[in-house]
Write a protein that binds this ligand. Structure first.
Ligand code: HEM
Length: 236
């Protein structure tokens, strides 16, 4: 395969793996939360707990990962955002190597909303059988507030995910940009992305160490660190 056909590497494998696992965790938590009822409650907790671990990984990777994974490389300056909005309606607007300025805002919105949603879930109880691992650490009022946030954010999270999928489809149909393929293979066409914008590698060793550390931290945060429940109550 020629270099031109192989394309330029822009998304590292940890970010791609992270994306698809995060999609499963968030979609799973959302569906089981909205429609799963009591039978799927345990799955809802597993998906939610996975989202917590994945978010911790993504935040750290946003500082130590390769170029296009770093928050500093894709958070748009307002001037860039305005300039991008002007050319947005053009079918031939240039493809960004990483997130485009508008997509970058959607990324931050998705990460922030899911972070608040998942964190709130750690402090709530269904008043019947299940409690979040940190429920015993907060007052009744705080648990009620967390519960209200957790329930009210469900639709905004769904809406931002719907927007995410609609935008990706629109970029494919109107601009011919194959963003999904890039999120699977990590590569974008050499015709559209200059060599200087490609990343050299995925920082695999660092990613593997971080995955082990974040898994351990998440397990500790969700199972070891929380205060013990009063006798007779189950934690999830
Ligand atoms: C339903 C749950 C999903 C969630 C929570 C989600 C979340 C995200 C997030 C947070 C990013 C930014 C990646 C980063 O951290 O830098 C992203 C990017 C992306 N997602 Fe999703 N995603 C979901 C589903 C999907 C699906 C089903 C597809 C494919 C149809 C998809 C395609 C993409 C693509 C192509 C990008 C890169 C966009 C770009 O080039 O800027 N996502 N997604």
């Amino acid at each position: 395969m020629t270099e031109k056909h192989a394309g330029r590497l822009v998304w590292d494998w940890p970010l791609r793996l992270w994306h698809w696992l995060f999609a499963i965790a968030v979609a799973g938590a959302w569906i089981t939360g909205q429609w799963g009822g009591f039978d799927w409650r345990q799955w809802h907790f597993w998906f939610g707990q996975s989202a917590v671990g994945l978010l911790i990984f993504r935040i750290i990777w946003g500082f130590v990962g390769p170029r296009h994974a770093r928050f500093g490389s894709f958070l748009p300056h307002p001037k860039c955002l305005l300039a991008y909005l002007k050319i947005l309606p053009r079918r031939d607007s240039p493809e960004s190597p990483g997130h485009n300025p508008l997509g970058a805002l959607a990324v931050i919105a998705m990460l922030a909303l899911v972070a608040v949603q998942a964190s709130a879930g750690l402090f709530i109880s269904d008043d019947i059988l299940y409690e979040g691992p940190w429920y015993a650490a907060v007052s009744e009022d705080s648990a009620d507030l967390a519960s209200s946030i957790h329930h009210q954010l469900a639709w905004p999270v769904g809406a931002v995910l719907g927007l995410h999928l609609a935008a990706i489809l629109a970029y494919r149909l109107f601009k011919g940009q194959r963003l999904v393929r890039a999120m699977i293979t990590g590569r974008k066409s050499a015709d559209r992305v200059p060599e200087s914008a490609a990343i050299a590698h995925s920082r695999s060793a660092l990613a593997l160490i971080l995955i082990v550390l974040v898994a351990a931290l998440t397990w500790w945060l969700l199972t070891v660190a929380p205060p013990q429940p009063p006798p007779g109550l189950d934690y999830w």
